[in-house]
Design a protein around this ligand. Structure first.
Ligand code: ZN
Length: 308
């Protein structure tokens, strides 16, 4: 009888140990990789390269696991492109193409409303110029018929964000070139510890972007020189967006190259590290990553050709 009781006691003890263990495991859930979805499949850019490279960058950090939602090709039936946002803490927008089905638009809006994490990457801010929620998620967009009706031009002038309601196109860029990025916020988790100025590898420099202009924290700007056929303005290129409860990181950098290995703008360590920090912040509200030693300096670009 005693032996039986001892066995029961032992059983109870092991059950409580299991309970403690599962509580410990549950409380360390944050250490699990962040479930991420890249939306792509149509773009006026080389999405076949960019979506693979973004997955590489994110997964090489061991902080993220990445799935793809790849749309049907342009002009094909989009009705099957239904996205379930529920499993994801981070959505990367790498899409510029045909309208999503209503169900996907609705699910995206709900994801945003509930405070989801989002990255707006490069030409994703060209998409859906007439979709109000999407325009708010991007804060600024370009091309696709954008003009003064889309909202003001937004740029950096006399030490502050400046909004210009003048008439004209929304979105342009000069020739691809190397250019310095200028820090505008040194206390935000994404930019804390990053340099005042760093040199970006050869890339487009988006300028004359327009939109609702609901920038949350402006992180980096760059001067779009008329000599490189730019706007002559200090343009906002990396920022967070203030929209409902969502955490949104917008980077205009990273024009995709011809192949994964011939892809200099995305091979820039500065592009990759700001993307990783923006991704962690968008998903969790914090940035625990340390600033790596290979971050570009003021005068010298730095490449991570293998995306790690
Ligand atoms: Zn581009």
């Amino acid at each position: 009888m005693k032996k039986h009781q001892a066995a029961i006691n032992k059983h109870i003890l092991s059950l409580s140990l299991m309970t403690i263990l599962s509580i410990v495991l549950a409380s360390s859930l944050w250490a699990k990789p962040i479930k991420t979805l890249i939306i792509t499949g149509q773009n006026n850019h080389n999405w076949e390269v960019s979506h693979l490279v973004i997955k590489e960058i994110l997964e090489n950090s061991e902080l993220f696991v990445v799935d793809f939602a790849i749309s049907p090709a342009k002009d094909e039936d989009m009705s099957s492109f239904i996205i379930d946002f529920e499993p994801y803490k981070l959505i990367v927008l790498d899409y510029n193409g045909d309208a999503w089905p209503d169900l996907t638009n609705k699910a995206f809006t709900e994801y945003v409303d509930k405070g989801g994490g989002i990255i707006v990457y490069h030409a994703a801010d060209n998409a859906f110029p007439n979709w109000e929620t999407y325009s708010q998620v991007c804060a600024l967009g370009g091309w696709e018929g954008r003009n003064e009706k889309s909202g003001p031009w937004v740029y950096w002038k006399d030490g502050a964000i400046f909004k210009n309601n003048g008439p004209g196109i929304g979105g342009s860029h000069g020739t691809n070139h190397e250019y310095p990025l200028n820090l505008r916020n040194s206390t935000h988790p994404i930019t804390k510890g990053l340099p005042q100025k760093w040199k970006h590898a050869q890339d487009e420099l988006y300028d004359r972007m327009r939109g609702p202009g609901n920038i949350g924290d402006l992180l980096y700007t760059a001067f779009s020189d008329i000599e490189t056929k730019g706007s002559g303005r200090e343009e906002p290129l990396i920022f967070t967006v203030d929209y409902k409860k969502a955490r949104i990181f917008h980077t205009m950098l990273g024009h995709a190259g011809k192949t994964v290995s011939d892809n200099i703008a995305m091979q820039c360590a500065g592009f990759q590290i700001t993307l990783l920090r923006g991704a962690e912040w968008a998903a969790t509200g914090k940035v625990k990553q340390k600033v790596p030693k290979d971050f570009p300096s003021e005068n010298k670009i730095s490449l991570r050709k293998n995306y790690k």
